[in-house]
Write a new protein. Structure first.
Length: 437
C-alpha cells in the first residue's frame, strides 16, 4: 500500500517546448530587424566571413515565432530590391549608358509580384513598362541581326541602337564587339554574385520559409531573389534591350563566320533560363526565331542565285548542323533546337521545293538520270523534314517513269510520220510509171 501511494504522489516528468522570451523593449522588432538587414548587406558586399549565421538564424527564428513574420518578409523584399537598384545602376554606368548621378532614377524596377517564369511581372502576363519585348527585333525587320548577309558591324549597329542600350560607335567592328562583350560579362558576373548571395541569405531565413511563407502562400526567399533580379535588373529597359541585342548580334556574327565567346553567351543565356522558361522565351528565343527567319530567307535567295541544286542542299545540310550545334552549346537545346531547325528547314527547303525539283540541269530528274545517289539521299533526307517534300519527289519520279516507259514502247511520232510519207511517195511513183510503160 505504501508503495502504491508513493507511486501516485510521484509527479509526472514532462518536457516542455523551449520558450524564447522577448524582452519588454518595444523596439525589439526594429533592433532585431536592423541586425538582420545589416547582415544581408554584408553578404551582398562579400563580407559574410565575419557573420555568425547561427546567431542570425536564431534572430530570424525568434521574429517569426513572436509574430513578426510579415515585418521580416517585407524587410527582406525591400532590402534586396534596394540593393538590386544599385546593381542595375552600376551596370548602366559601367556600360556608359547612364551617368553616375542618374543611376537611382533609371534603375527603378518594373512593379511585379509574378513568378520568375511568368511572361511578365504581373500574374496576368502583360509586358512591363519597358514596352513590348518584340518591338526592337520582331516588329521591325530592319533591326534584326539576321536580316541578310550584310556585315556584322551593320547588323550590330542597327540592333543596339534600337530601343535604348549601348550605342554603337563609328570606331569599328572590334570596338563594338569589345563593348558588348564587356557589358555581357558584367551582367553575368553580377548575376553569379547575386545568386550566391541569395543562397546564403536563404539559409538565414530558412525557418521563415518553412512556416510564415508556406502558411501565407508567398514565394520563398530564393524565388524572391529570382523575381527581383528579373524585374529590377533584367527588365530595366536599357539593360533589357542591350542584353537581347548583344546576344542576337553575336549569334548573327557567328552565322557569318566570326568567332564569338561561347562561354560568355552560355552564362548569360543560362541566367535567362534560371529566371524561368517564359523569361528565356520572351527575352531571347522568340526574337531569335524572328531573326532566323529573316536571315535564312536572304540566305536561300543568295544560294539559289549562285549554286546548283546539289550544292544548295549541301549548304542547307551544313547550316542545319551548325544551328543545332550552336543551340546545344549555349542555349536551351531541348526547347530551341527543334524550333530553330524547323525555321531553317522551312525557309531553305519547304518554300523552295518546286524551284529545287525543277532545276533543269541539276534538279531531281537530272540527279536521277545521272545516278547521283548521294545527292538524291541528301534531297530525300531534307525533303522528308518539310510538308509535301516526299510527295513532290514521288510525283516527279512517277511522271519520269511513265514518260521513260512510253518512250521505250512507242516509236517517236516524228519517225513514224516520216516513214509513212516516204511509203506513200514510192507508191505514187510506181503508179505513174506503170501506164507509161
Amino acid at each position: 500500500d505504501h508503495t502504491r501511494m508513493s507511486l501516485k504522489k510521484k509527479p509526472k516528468f514532462l518536457i516542455e517546448p523551449f520558450k524564447h522570451k522577448v524582452s519588454d523593449d518595444p523596439l525589439y522588432a526594429s533592433k532585431t530587424w536592423k541586425l538582420l538587414e545589416d547582415a544581408i548587406l554584408e553578404v551582398f558586399h562579400h563580407n559574410e566571413s565575419g557573420l555568425s549565421f547561427e546567431e542570425l538564424y536564431r534572430n530570424a527564428y525568434n521574429m517569426v515565432l513572436h509574430k513578426y513574420g510579415d515585418r521580416l518578409y517585407s524587410g527582406v523584399h525591400a532590402t534586396v530590391t534596394a540593393h538590386l537598384r544599385t546593381v542595375a545602376g552600376a551596370i548602366l554606368a559601367s556600360s556608359g549608358m547612364i551617368s553616375g548621378s542618374s543611376v537611382s532614377a533609371s534603375a527603378q524596377p518594373a512593379a511585379s509580384s509574378g513568378a520568375p517564369g511568368s511572361a511578365s511581372g504581373a500574374p496576368g502576363g502583360s509586358a512591363p513598362s519597358g514596352g513590348s519585348p518584340l518591338n526592337v527585333q520582331a516588329g521591325q525587320g530592319s533591326s534584326l541581326p539576321g536580316n541578310g548577309l550584310g556585315s556584322s558591324h551593320q547588323a550590330a549597329s542597327s540592333l543596339a541602337g534600337a530601343g535604348g542600350g549601348i550605342t554603337m560607335t563609328t570606331g569599328g567592328f572590334a570596338e563594338d564587339t569589345q563593348r558588348m562583350t564587356a557589358f555581357l560579362d558584367d551582367v553575368a558576373r553580377r548575376w553569379k554574385e547575386h545568386d550566391e548571395a541569395m543562397q546564403l541569405i536563404n539559409d538565414i531565413f530558412m525557418y521563415m520559409d518553412r512556416t510564415y511563407v508556406k502558411h501565407h502562400n508567398k514565394p520563398g526567399v530564393h524565388d524572391v531573389g529570382l523575381r527581383l533580379w528579373r524585374d529590377v535588373v533584367v527588365r530595366q529597359p536599357q539593360i533589357r534591350n542591350t542584353i537581347r541585342n548583344s546576344l542576337l548580334s553575336f549569334v548573327h556574327r557567328e552565322r557569318v563566320g566570326d568567332c564569338v565567346d561561347r562561354n560568355l553567351l552560355k552564362a548569360v543565356v543560362q541566367m535567362l533560363s534560371d529566371l524561368g522558361p517564359a523569361v528565356y522565351a520572351e527575352e531571347l528565343e522568340t526574337p531569335l526565331l524572328h531573326g532566323t527567319v529573316a536571315f535564312y530567307e536572304r540566305e536561300s535567295e543568295s544560294l539559289l542565285a549562285s549554286c546548283d541544286c546539289a550544292e544548295y542542299l549541301r549548304r542547307t545540310e551544313t547550316r542545319l548542323q551548325e544551328e543545332a550545334g550552336r543551340t546545344r552549346e549555349y542555349m536551351d537545346g531541348a526547347s530551341t533546337v527543334p524550333r530553330i531547325c524547323a525555321v531553317v528547314e522551312r525557309e531553305m527547303v519547304g518554300k523552295r521545293l518546286h524551284t529545287l525539283m525543277s532545276m533543269e540541269e541539276s534538279g531531281f530528274l537530272a540527279m536521277v538520270r545521272a545516278d547521283r545517289h548521294e545527292d538524291l539521299k541528301r534531297m530525300y533526307t531534307l525533303f522528308s523534314r518539310v510538308p509535301g517534300g516526299l510527295d513532290a519527289m514521288k510525283e516527279a519520279l512517277a511522271k519520269h517513269i511513265k514518260e521513260t516507259g512510253a518512250a521505250l514502247v512507242l516509236p517517236p511520232a516524228s519517225s513514224s510520220g516520216h516513214g509513212a510519207r516516204a511509203g506513200a511517195g514510192a507508191g505514187a511513183g510506181a503508179g505513174a510509171a506503170g501506164p507509161s510503160g
